[in-house]
Design a binder for this molecule. Structure first.
Ligand code: ADP
Length: 551
């Protein structure tokens, strides 16, 4: 293919001579040149170049100089400029991209030989004729230089592209290996929702979600349930559909498949964009949490059973300790010991209550709101905490009067208030004071529990409403607790459409603010189902009270 352009051009030259000077066609040198070009073309086709070292083929362009030289001198009297035909072999040599300097030197030498040999043969040794013939070699050398530079930069560019390609291939393989090694199912879909990639773990999960007996299914046919429900997830709520619609999913729990094979998975989804920033699809990650969920359930049912069993004897102990305190025949010292016993028993019961509430969350949906007066409940909470405050040497004050009507779950709200007041006392020093402030703030009924206690460090404040989180100052002081009460109180406030917030300063004190929507403001509709734990705790307590009464 590299040789053909020269041969075709030589044919055109011959055709031109037919019109210009047919006689010249028979000149022996011209004919020899054309024949040489044909023989070279045959060589190109006949020699198995693939089996020879690849630079051997460069013999062909070198031979081309001979053919061009013969044609040029054969038709010299009729056609001028034929020496430029050597541009074909020059481009071939320089385009080979090896030893550029040597190639330029060879081109220069070969083209000089091509133009000077005829002079030497005819015996014209006049210097000016040698110089006059230099034009063609100079042009050919320029072409060789330009061609070499272009070829070399092209080669460098190609090497760079190959290197990038190799690197991206390695990265792709690494990614494939990682995705097939991790225990997380990964599914990539394009913008139209078509699967682009699915790792082996995801394939297993897909098989789990197939209807019984099927070996494939469309997405709507897959058995996907919300955890704890036997109704298939409706199309609009399915993770894939939501991911296609551009929604982000954060660790949402679903159950795939039915029966003993079913797996519980936590699914997250993020959209991804191409280099131009256009939405290109989404990635879904599915983590199998079956064992974790089973372990959490086992833990919760153990905690529920354990705390339920603890509560009955504890309530009885507390009741008798309080009864004994009223016994006039006991010495003052014995009575003060009983106060300590009661306080610790109460503390123990609160911990048991918290564990019970945390462990049976979400088990029953029927909670009814009743009309409550938050201010009254605050006064009651203060009254029941008064003995504890007195024994700790802390002044417990109430500010604010008037009603604060709210629609709420009495047990839940009472537990929140008890929790805030008992914390304020627990984390305060003797001699300080705790103030309970009730007030209206727009559409909110507000209760602030303000203390002058140890305070909470700013980094702890962020996590203070998370279960089992305790502040560093509380841990340092060695004050016992489990870090459950505030988390539960926060949940109860949220279930009422309200908020529980805290501001605090180490060594200065803390203010916990409970906001509940005032009755009739339109924010106090029926409680959502998740408030179940409040109800469950209440029912559990009711059964214990019945137990106690019976005993
Ligand atoms: P517990 O008191 O059983 O540890 P809580 O959930 O009631 O659990 O409280 C969580 C943490 O918040 C406590 O461990 C304590 O560090 C901090 N905390 C709560 N109330 C106060 C308060 N009034 N003053 C200082 N720290 C508090």
């Amino acid at each position: 293919m590299s040789q053909l352009p020269l041969n075709l051009t030589l044919l055109l030259v011959a055709a031109t001579l037919v019109f210009a000077d047919p006689q010249a066609l028979t000149l022996p040198t011209f004919v020899a040149g054309q024949v040489a070009a044909l023989i070279i073309l045959l060589l190109c086709a006949a020699v198995p170049w693939g089996r020879l070292p690849d630079w051997w083929v460069l013999v062909i362009p070198l031979l081309d100089f001979v053919a061009v030289g013969l044609v040029r001198s054969g038709a010299a009297g009729v056609l001028s400029g034929l020496g430029l035909l050597a541009v074909f072999p020059v481009m071939w040599l320089a385009g080979a991209g090896r030893r550029p300097r040597l190639i330029v030197a060879v081109c220069a030498f070969a083209s000089l030989l091509m133009v000077w040999t005829p002079l030497l043969i005819i015996g014209d040794h006049a210097p000016h004729t040698f110089v006059a013939e230099l034009v063609v070699p100079l042009m050919l050398v320029s072409v060789a230089v330009a061609m070499s530079v272009l070829t070399l930069s092209g080669i460098a560019q190609q090497e760079r592209v190959e290197e990038l390609l190799a690197r991206s291939e390695t990265r792709q393989r690494l990614l494939d290996t990682v995705l097939d090694t991790v225990d997380v199912g990964v599914l990539v879909i394009d913008d139209s929702g078509t699967d682009v990639f699915m790792n082996s773990r995801q394939r297993q999960l897909y098989l789990t979600a197939l209807p019984p007996g099927a070996d494939r299914a469309t997405e709507p046919e897959l058995l996907i349930y919300r955890d704890g429900s036997d109704a298939l997830v409706p199309a609009a709520e399915r993770p894939l559909g939501r991911a296609i619609a551009g929604e982000e999913l954060n660790h949402e729990v679903f159950r795939l498949g039915r029966g003993p094979q079913a797996r519980t998975v936590s699914i997250s989804a993020r959209e991804f964009r191409d280099a131009a920033g256009t939405r290109a699809g989404a990635v879904l990650a599915c983590t199998d949490v079956t064992e974790v969920v089973a372990a959490v359930r086992a833990r919760d049912s153990f905690l529920a059973a354990m705390s339920h069993e603890f509560r009955t004897p504890l309530t009885s102990l507390l009741g008798y300790a309080e009864l004994l305190q009223e016994d006039e025949s006991l010495s003052a010292a014995a009575r003060s010991d009983l106060v300590v016993m009661s306080r610790n028993a109460r503390h123990l019961r609160k911990m048991v209550d918290d564990i019970l509430a945390a462990s049976i969350e979400g088990s029953s949906p029927d909670v009814q709101r009743t009309k409550l007066d938050l201010a009254r409940l605050v006064r009651q909470a203060a009254a029941s905490a008064a003995p504890d405050a007195e024994s700790r040497g802390i002044a417990l004050r109430i500010e604010g009067d008037g009603e604060l009507p709210v629609n709420g779950d009495k047990t839940g709200v009472v537990r929140v208030l008890d929790n805030l007041v008992s914390n304020a006392l627990k984390y305060s020093e003797s001699g300080s004071s705790v103030t309970l402030i009730t007030e209206r703030d727009g559409e909110w009924a507000v209760c602030r529990v303000q203390d002058e206690g140890i305070g909470i460090a700013p980094e702890d404040l962020k996590r203070i409403f998370t279960r089992f989180q305790r502040g560093s100052s509380a841990l340092r002081s060695g004050i016992p607790g489990m870090g459950l009460g505030l988390a539960l109180a926060h949940e109860v406030a949220a279930l009422h459409g309200g908020r529980l917030e805290c501001t605090s300063e180490i060594g200065v004190g803390s203010v916990f603010t409970l906001r509940l929507p005032l009755a009739g403001t339109g924010h106090d509709g029926p409680l959502p189902a998740a408030s179940a734990h409040v109800d469950a705790v209440e029912r559990s307590h009711a059964s214990e009270r019945a137990d106690d009464g019976a005993s």
